[in-house]
Write a protein that binds this ligand. Sequence first.
Ligand SMILES: Nc1ncnc2c1ncn2[C@@H]1O[C@H](COP(=O)(O)OP(=O)(O)O)[C@@H](O)[C@H]1O
Ligand SMILES: [Mg+2]
Length: 331
Amino acid sequence: MKVALTYNLKKEDESKPPDYFSEFDSEETIKAIASALFAKGHSVISIDAAQRDIFTCLKKHAPDMVFNIAEGTSNRLRESEIPAILDFLKIPYTGSNTVALALALNKGITKKILRADNIPTPPFQIFVKGNEPLNPALRFPLIVKPNREGSAKGINVTNVVQTREGLYAKIKEVITLYKHEALVEEFIEGRELTVGILENGKTTVLPILEIDFSTCAKSGEYFYSWRMKEYQGDAEMGLTPTFHCPADLDKETEQTIKDVALRTHRAVGCQDISRTDIRLSKENIPYVLEINPLPGLNPKESNFPLMAYAAGMKYEDLIEAILLSASERKG
Ligand SMILES: Nc1ncnc2c1ncn2[C@@H]1O[C@H](COP(=O)(O)OP(=O)(O)O)[C@@H](O)[C@H]1O
Ligand SMILES: [Mg+2]
């Protein structure tokens, strides 16, 4: 198959905020995906989605299929940018469509859909202006997040607030920095889990991955914050979480969590691949934080490949499965 790989490249640029490129992919990831596709017998052309003539470029190459990992560069609907162009050009692509991508990027609207489907998600409130009265039903500690970001951009330990004063200060900061609304959520004490779904002929829920931060005490970080993700593995900073896959869970809890992730995948309308982030509360309730239709695919560092390896897949098999799932849809 003639495959085009569309991506946004992570760069070094000190004129930008430190998390500016966090959502984008490294050269290592792009090369790994291209090599995997090549190893499976496909021809591959890699296309930087930020180039201005992307439209002409895609038209010229006319690939049979686009393997899309581009996170996009515009604000509100950035993850849908490339799929929208591809739909217009009638070029099929891997992964979710424009609707699911735009929806999943908006955590607040996603949470409303989850609630309508009785999928547990932490109680929340959206702050557009920043001075709205706080819903008295919300219980501290609360966490403040940009409503439409990923890679834990704008999320660090100081985003967990204990007081009204701290809350409004953080909301203001997030709105100013990210130039869009803030999502305020009850902070769920408990275990950090993430669940991968892969549609490889059938729908497979991969072994659940637990990210254990008890080995990070030295860093002062205790959840999957931006620093934790960005510098993951840095022993000097103490940012060395432990990964358990499959997570040690009793059968019933494991089944409930897998079911919640699958229902989330379907509620949002994801295709081929997704990763749902969950906090398992002390009361054993799996609260869905969000779903990622474009999960990181770095062969060494990203969560999703770890789950595929635990299921006995090689990296090449994972990439090929995503491509074949999209090809079946095309067929
Ligand atoms: N309500 C919450 N309770 C506990 N931890 C949270 C909550 N929201 C976010 N976190 C922590 O912050 C991380 C990033 O938040 P998430 O909602 O997944 O945003 P992102 O899209 O940036 O990954 C989570 O993986 C988790 O460790
Ligand atoms: Mg997340």
